[in-house]
Write a protein that binds this ligand. Structure first.
Ligand SMILES: *[C@@H]1O[C@H](CO)[C@@H](O)[C@H](O)[C@H]1NC(C)=O
Ligand SMILES: *[C@@H]1O[C@H](CO)[C@@H](O)[C@H](O)[C@H]1NC(C)=O
Ligand SMILES: *[C@@H]1O[C@H](CO)[C@@H](O)[C@H](O)[C@H]1NC(C)=O
Ligand SMILES: *[C@@H]1O[C@H](CO)[C@@H](O)[C@H](O)[C@H]1NC(C)=O
Ligand SMILES: *[C@@H]1O[C@H](CO)[C@@H](O)[C@H](O)[C@H]1NC(C)=O
Ligand SMILES: *[C@@H]1O[C@H](CO)[C@@H](O)[C@H](O)[C@H]1NC(C)=O
Ligand SMILES: *[C@@H]1O[C@H](CO)[C@@H](O)[C@H](O)[C@H]1NC(C)=O
Ligand SMILES: *[C@@H]1O[C@H](CO)[C@@H](O)[C@H](O)[C@H]1NC(C)=O
Ligand SMILES: *[C@@H]1O[C@H](CO)[C@@H](O)[C@H](O)[C@H]1NC(C)=O
Ligand SMILES: CC(=O)N[C@H]1CO[C@H](CO)[C@@H](O)[C@@H]1O
Ligand SMILES: CC(=O)N[C@H]1CO[C@H](CO)[C@@H](O)[C@@H]1O
Length: 650
């Protein structure tokens, strides 16, 4: 079936029919995608020893935000004012002048809404569905500032968090100079950026600069990993996995072996706070532990720091120097530091380390050369089979740090795993920290909870439960219902708001300063125009599938550009305003009241057992995804579709 791809069949259609006119996005895409950051001192994949800066790096307490983040926010929050106003103007709340509201409070950032976006895990499915959301929220994507659009939401946001498959998306955006989704999707001639039709097991199709075939591709990967091993750093399967992944996500020769995550901080557009702040998530595993529970420590990786707000570690290390020898928060030796440990792909690989198993299950694939199979098997022998999903971080930056609460304080190895392993598959953790003061989180969920790979709210329930334990450390989270209720009340078929009524957090408290968590705008993957519910472990996608899945994600984000609810953009705007209006005791406009009636979960449950959850596309399948779908599932013969429907999807 694979060989008879939609792409191959399409090639029989005359090009005049297939591409009636050049879309604007393609023209933009051909511009050179410059990217910042090959700044590892080794010039390759290995970390290297350098002289420490005059002020030696240290580990700091998580009680406050980093000075770097605080300084950056002073630029970022003002930069969100104009996009917020543009977003509100387009959303058009008829009985409330939201743009004017923002204008009149634009010098007080405890009033201006503080927006975060969180993109869940779920492999390529999550990358593509998340990309659809980001495309919809990005004013630079053609069409998103037309009626029914939510363009400018991305420009108005402060934080953009990604986990596992979502970290590939967020990582790829920032590795490539905050390019737009159409630019990333369409790539460049000779580049393997977002070319998912060849799996990472096979390697890129385009030779680009140096890759010729699968064996050479793996040869390059093996020699990059050897660079790190030979420099004296521990190797885990995550090194191979993330190297392979980088060829698709970082538009640089060999997937940018010397790119570092900390270099984002020096990129012009980020330093000037013209973009949100990227955050990736991973979980900590303690010595001897194999299962990650909700009590596991959650780590965040941002351009300046890596660490945790949890009461276990409660500290942050500087991302740039994270490979250095710290002991109880200070550099051990006589002035030597390490740079380059924060290798860009390794950060994405750490967040998605569960996919090591994907690599393992495919190393017997005949296309993968024996030497690489042997290398991977020998790494496994060293670390043990039950550790096949780990990313080794040695030395442990939190060695001897907070020893009374840090279960890893006595080990020189910090073991991090996929951020979704504790079931919190949406990276909400960094955005519900009271010190960040986020007002609303757009939580894009592409989790495969049900038999057919749709979400059922599991990730939200995990975050809710965790917030109530000691590990929650003062974070709060809105109450969410059981999986059956999500399905029976269709809370996973359209955007749903959680935590609308803040009396949920204030009742029973006498303190005047209760911490009110953000409103959650849950944006679940659902079929609008494509069945993008592909298996998490599906390694390859035709360009047609990729484009249809991204477009479905855009339709999820906009409810089909307002087709299912003309007022959806206004309702999204009401969600953004909600906490702020409450703080200023502004009466809720009637439009928002009516939105909250439609979109807020009001506490009703329906736990009736559900049969098979098999939603049908709400807006009818796109012609092409329909074709790809039929080919894939039932082998139906391709029916040549008319020029009109082709034009719709190309
Ligand atoms: C990054 O993008 C910005 C605007 O989008 C552009 O002005 C700048 O030149 C780009 N930088 C690089 C290094 O490509
Ligand atoms: C900013 O707004 C908050 C909340 O309404 C208010 O308490 C504070 O006094 C305002 N600050 C200034 C400088 O106006
Ligand atoms: C919504 O608008 C986008 C951008 O213009 C377009 O690609 C998409 O097909 C539209 N969706 C629907 C359902 O018409
Ligand atoms: C860190 O400590 C290890 C083991 O104690 C040592 O081999 C290594 O050289 C040290 N690294 C630096 C940069 O000092
Ligand atoms: C919800 O998802 C979880 C996995 O995340 C699964 O175990 C459970 O069976 C699902 N329940 C329903 C009703 O879909
Ligand atoms: C997590 O910690 C709480 C205490 O905050 C404890 O009650 C619970 O049993 C722990 N759960 C697990 C899975 O260890
Ligand atoms: C919020 O909940 C409280 C208590 O349950 C209720 O009295 C109040 O009317 C609710 N507010 C709104 C706006 O629904
Ligand atoms: C709560 O929502 C359910 C549907 O989700 C609806 O049937 C019910 O009328 C709502 N209750 C209130 C008080 O609005
Ligand atoms: C996607 O969902 C449909 C039902 O909504 C189901 O028939 C199909 O098998 C699912 N695809 C995958 C790959 O699970
Ligand atoms: C709000 C809150 O409970 N914060 C605590 C988080 O954990 C650290 C370290 O244990 C405490 O110092 C904070 O008070
Ligand atoms: C060719 C091959 O072995 N593919 C496997 C890769 O891993 C996935 C998920 O574990 C399997 O489903 C494939 O069969």
């Amino acid at each position: 079936m694979r060989s008879l791809s939609a792409a191959a069949l399409l090639s029989f259609i005359p090009s005049s029919l297939a591409a009636p006119s050049e879309p604007v996005s393609n023209v933009v895409a051909r511009e050179v995608l410059l990217r910042a950051a090959p700044d590892s001192p080794s010039g390759d994949y290995a970390p290297a020893t350098v002289d420490c800066p005059s002020q030696k790096p240290t580990i700091r307490s998580s009680a406050t935000l980093s000075p770097e983040e605080v300084a950056w926010l002073k630029k970022r929050r003002p930069n969100t004012i104009d996009p917020l106003k543009a977003f509100f103007k387009l959303a058009n709340i008829p009985d409330f002048d939201a743009a004017n509201y923002v204008d009149s409070h634009s010098s007080n950032f405890s009033i201006v809404p503080n927006v975060g976006i969180a993109v869940s895990g779920g492999g390529y499915r999550a990358l593509m569905n998340g990309a659809g959301f980001i495309a919809a929220a990005d004013s630079r994507t053609p069409g998103t500032t037309n009626a029914g659009g939510i363009g400018n939401l991305l420009q108005a946001s402060t934080y953009l968090a990604g986990l596992s498959g979502g970290s590939w998306l967020v990582g790829s955006i920032f590795a490539n100079n905050f390019s737009t989704i159409p630019q990333l999707r369409d790539g460049q001639p000779g580049s393997s950026l977002w070319q998912f039709s060849n799996s990472i097991f096979q390697g890129p199709k385009d030779s680009g600069i140096s890759i010729l075939n699968t064996a050479e591709y793996w040869n390059d990967i093996a020699s990059q990993v050897d660079d790190k091993r030979n420099a004296g750093y521990g190797i885990s399967l995550t090194d191979y996995w993330s190297r392979a992944l980088s060829y698709q996500l970082i538009n640089a020769r060999d997937g940018g072996p010397s790119y570092t995550f900390s270099s984002i901080a020096d990129a012009d557009n980020f330093a000037q706070a013209n973009t949100p702040m990227p955050i990736l998530i991973a979980d900590e595993r303690q010595p001897g532990q194999t299962v990650i529970s909700l009590n596991s420590t959650v780590f965040e990786i941002n351009p300046w720091e890596i660490g945790s707000f949890d009461p276990t570690i409660f500290g942050f290390a500087p991302t740039k120097y994270v490979g250095s020898n710290f002991s109880n928060g200070a550099i051990l030796d006589d002035g030597h530091c390490v740079r380059g440990f924060d290798q860009y792909g390794y950060m994405m690989g750490t967040s998605s380390s569960l996919f090591n198993q994907f690599l393992l299950q495919n190393i017997s694939d005949s296309k993968i050369p024996d030497f690489i199979t042997n290398a991977i098997t020998s790494v496994l022998q060293d670390i043990g089979n039950d550790q096949d999903d780990v990313a080794e971080w040695r030395p442990n930056p939190f060695y001897k740090y907070n020893p009374s609460t840090n279960g890893n304080a006595d080990t020189e190895l910090l073991t991090l795993v996929d951020g979704g392993e504790d079931l919190q598959n949406i990276p909400l953790h960094p955005l519900i920290q009271p010190v960040r003061g986020v007002d609303v989180i757009f939580a894009v969920d592409s989790s495969a909870d049900t038999t057919y790979n749709f979400p059922n709210g599991t990730a939200l329930r995990a975050s809710y439960e965790r917030s109530m334990g000691d590990i929650g450390n003062g974070t709060k989270f809105p109450k969410v219902p059981d999986a059956e209720t999500f399905i029976n009340l269709k809370l996973n078929q359209k955007p749903t708001f959680f935590g609308c009524n803040t009396s949920e957090f204030t009742s029973g408290s006498s303190s005047a300063h209760v911490n009110i968590p953000p409103l959650i705008v849950y944006v679940p993957l659902a079929p609008y125009t494509a069945y993008s519910n592909a298996s998490t472990f599906n390694p390859a996608y035709t360009d047609e599938e990729r484009n249809a899945y991204i477009k479905n994600g855009l339709n999820v984000a906009t409810m089909g550009n307002g087709t299912l609810d003309k007022q959806w953009p206004a309702c999204a705007a009401c969600a953004v305003l909600s906490r702020s209006l409450e703080r200023t005791a502004t009466p809720i406009p009637d439009t928002c009241r009516s939105c909250f009636q439609r979109y807020c979960w009001n506490g009703t449950t329906d736990s009736t057992p559900v049969g098979s959850y098999e939603p049908q596309p709400f807006l009818g399948l796109d012609a092409l995804s329909n074709a790809a779908w039929n080919l894939r599932t039932s082998g139906l013969v391709w029916v040549v579709v008319g020029a009109a429907s082709l034009a719709l999807v190309l």
